[in-house]
Design a protein around this ligand. Structure first.
Ligand code: F3S
Length: 405
């Protein structure tokens, strides 16, 4: 792989051990994927920040990378951590977990990384533009940036995203190359099947499960807003390895994607989502008893979602807990709008900086969690070892209000 003179010097240790390791990670990745060279990035998004997901390996790598006064060369931001930095006492987070998590965040900050602690930086002003090259690691944000914005990023690991933030470069391969962004699957919905709102997230989960490595060209769906795109893509990225999808007539590369299908030499295979498939998926994940926790905000809730919950929940939550996860910036905005106070009076808690998947949920006393996120539905039983069911937001509000399913 052709290297810049900066990369060569970094590899030889001219800038210290930390930057040497960052350059080594970038070069190894590029050589593995046969990248011809590296390219400059405009931002990096680092995942695996929670002690629960990053663990000792993250602590060790950060110790090495922090050697030599290195700082990031492009804006770099962090995914959620293991607890709300302002409310960890009331969350029942063990003391050792709390201390080590704070140390991890401080190390990132000493490297110049912004402690945004959110998986939705694009909802908080950190928005790339179409065509920007990124090194983002959070899978839902990767899918959003590629699909909804038309920026270009591979699905980095937390460590390779950090390395890219420090060198300002990433190997040129995969989804950075236009040719590799062609759809290789047409997704159709059965005639007269309409999937809308947060039910679209389950459709995303289904597509990811059935065609985990595809680039789908989706027809028959019309996500209405940013919130629905983030949930749809998160589902595909969770059950599969999907980092890019196109929606007919909607997403920025959809016109080009359609032409590649129409003009391609080989027919693109298709997948039809049927009513039976969707019903079977909903049925399998439907609650049979009252969940002890309702959790919204995976990916982190937008302010629009918080407004919707406050407006539709008329009265107090009964016999269950109701939590919303969001970014600190959105939480501050929601507080200024009076939503945090209003929801608290109804029994709904808003947490920032963390989420139901990366916090130590398994150590809390919940025997069944309901979520309207297909990503949380996928990961919570695996990472939190907590039984989890899917409940669209409108049902969740009704159940929370009545204290019964
Ligand atoms: Fe975000 Fe946590 Fe879900 S990081 S995408 S809220 S698993």
């Amino acid at each position: 792989m052709k290297l810049t003179s900066f990369e060569e010097k970094a590899l030889r240790g001219k800038y210290g051990k930390g930057l040497g390791l960052a350059a080594r990670i970038t070069v190894n990745l590029g050589e593995f994927f046969n990248a011809p060279y590296t390219v400059g990035i405009t931002s990096a998004h680092i995942s695996g920040v929670s002690l629960k997901t990053g663990g000792k390996a993250l602590e060790r790598v950060l110790d090495i990378i922090a050697e030599g006064n290195n700082t990031t060369r492009v804006p770099a931001f962090l995914n959620p951590a293991g607890f709300d930095l302002r409310r960890y006492e009331s969350m029942g987070v063990p003391e050792d977990f709390q201390r080590r998590q704070q140390e991890i965040i401080e190390k990132f900050v000493s490297l110049g990384v912004l402690p945004t602690l959110t998986c939705t930086p694009y909802l908080n002003g950190l928005v790339p533009k179409k065509g920007d090259i990124l090194a983002w690691a959070e899978s839902s944000a990767v899918t959003f940036a590629n699909s909804y914005i038309g920026a270009r990023t591979n699905r980095e690991s937390g460590i390779s995203a950090l390395a890219a933030a420090l060198t300002g470069r990433t190997p040129y391969y995969g989804l950075l190359i236009r040719e590799n962004r062609r759809p290789d699957l047409i997704v159709r919905t059965e005639e007269e099947l309409t999937v809308e709102g947060d039910r679209l997230y389950m459709l995303g989960l289904l597509v990811g499960k059935r065609r985990p490595t595809s680039i789908p060209y989706m027809t028959g769906i019309e996500p209405k807003n940013v919130t629905e795109y983030k949930g749809l893509g998160a589902g595909m990225a969770a059950s599969g390895n999907i980092s890019l999808y196109h929606v007919e007539g909607e997403t920025p590369e959809a016109g080009w994607a359609k032409r590649t299908i129409d003009e391609g030499r080989e027919a693109v295979p298709s997948l039809t989502i049927t009513r039976d498939m969707m019903e079977e998926l909903f049925e399998r994940n439907r609650p049979k008893t009252l969940p002890s926790l309702m959790a919204v905000g995976c990916p982190h809730a937008s302010v629009e979602e918080i407004i919707e919950i406050d407006r539709s929940l008329k009265g107090e939550v009964k016999d269950t807990d109701f939590w919303i996860f969001t970014s600190r910036q959105t939480e501050i905005l929601a507080a200024r709008m009076g939503l945090v106070g209003s929801l608290k009076r109804k029994g709904v808690e808003i947490f920032a900086d963390t989420c139901m998947v990366v916090m130590p949920t398994e150590q809390l006393d919940y025997d069944l969690i309901a979520t309207n996120s297909s990503k949380a539905l996928h990961y919570l039983p695996r990472m939190g070892n907590v039984p989890t069911v899917f409940m669209p937001l409108d049902e969740m509000i009704k159940v929370a209000r009545e204290g019964a399913i």
